[in-house]
Design a protein around this ligand. Structure first.
Ligand code: UDP
Length: 328
């Protein structure tokens, strides 16, 4: 019997990589996407259920047609800066949309749920390593909306036995080294692809958002994790749920933070090219440092990140950008 997994946002960056590993592991990933930011070309590993999380009937249809054994929920608005200028949209799409999905899953009897949350739920915590039990005090609407969805999952777990694994991502980067899928946002807002654009002359320069943070070189520190390592954890999270191991939250980061300047230096070293930069103002909603404690996923899921070094992530992102020819 085929084991379908409903992958919301399966046409997006992380969702498409998840579909690839699900299919390699013998599952059938069903892409549920409204293609507002996802890419039809990224749907390669299973069927599509085109729909919108704001349209409950479209979700119900997907459950009825495919009878998935689990949901992986990636679909969301995910830009910190945008969430600060348009918070209503973040609450509507992320929270109302997820509530529709969770209610539809319970109604369909699909009680295994893997959720993409974020380190942005922790907020700015003065350079401490962030563990799963660190209190969550988000400082931007994106993080606040994701924290609210975590609460919804806990409530639905208690009320209806909705089994859930929550992954709090740190900064996801890189691309499938086989080149089947990669990162493609329009417009692009993320550090590494923008830096590659600046290196390759597709944009005049990379703007460094803030050089006056309380960090050693004044720029923000993030914990970068390779998308292949990240989706491998999702597979392990799915198997955790299917084995009946219960509800759990896991950080997905390496435990090592790098500043924006260190990422720029690593890119110079990998490409042997200069990175034109402009020093700009801080971006609203950015925490100075977000670094994962990174113990629980390794200890309990047996997660072993193997590609999450800056050179590997930059190399894989570069190879993808050259292969895909940048559609943006
Ligand atoms: N950043 C930057 N210039 C850019 C894009 C990002 O300096 O053009 C910084 C940003 O302020 C943050 C880090 O790079 O400290 C990572 O940002 P990104 O948008 O890639 O991911 P986020 O941390 O928002 O998830």
């Amino acid at each position: 019997m085929q084991k379908h997994v409903l992958v919301t946002g399966g046409a997006g960056y992380i969702g498409a990589h998840a579909c690839k590993v699900l299919s390699e592991a013998g599952y059938v990933p069903v892409v549920f996407d409204n293609f507002s930011t996802g890419w039809r070309e990224a749907v390669k590993f299973g069927p599509v259920a085109e729909g919108d999380l704001m349209d409950r009937a479209s979700i119900d249809r997907a459950f009825a047609q495919f009878r998935p054994i689990a949901v992986m929920h990636f679909a969301a608005l995910s830009l910190v800066g945008e969430s600060m200028t348009d918070p209503g949209r973040y609450w509507r799409v992320n929270v109302n949309g997820s509530l529709n999905l969770v209610e539809a899953a319970v109604a369909a009897g699909c009680l295994n749920f893997v959720f993409s949350s974020t380190c942005a739920t922790y907020g700015d915590q003065d350079g401490v390593l962030l563990n799963e039990d660190t209190p969550q005090h988000p400082i931007n609407s994106y993080g606040a909306s994701k924290k609210a969805i975590e609460e919804i999952l806990k409530n639905f777990g208690a009320a209806y036995g909705l089994n859930h694994v929550i992954f709090r991502y740190f900064n996801v980067a890189g691309a499938d080294p086989a080149g089947d899928v990669g990162e493609q946002h329009r417009p692009e807002t993320h550090l590494i692809p923008l830096m590659l654009d600046a290196i390759e002359g597709r944009r005049p320069a990379l703007t460094v958002f803030g050089s006056d943070y309380p960090t050693p070189d004044g720029t923000c520190i993030r914990d970068y994790v390779h998308v292949m390592d990240l989706v491998d954890a999702h597979l392990k999270g799915l198997e955790w749920l299917l084995a009946g191991k219960g509800n759990r939250s896991f950080n997905l980061g390496t435990g090592h933070g790098f500043s924006v300047r260190q990422v720029i230096d690593a890119s110079r070293a990998v490409t042997n090219r200069d990175v034109p930069i402009v020093e700009g103002a801080r971006r609203a909603g950015d925490a100075a440092a977000l670094v994962s404690g990174s113990v629980r996923a390794r200890a309990e899921l047996g997660w072993q990140p193997t590609r999450s070094t800056l050179p590997a992530m930059i190399r894989d992102a570069l190879a993808w950008s050259q292969k895909s020819g940048y559609l943006r």
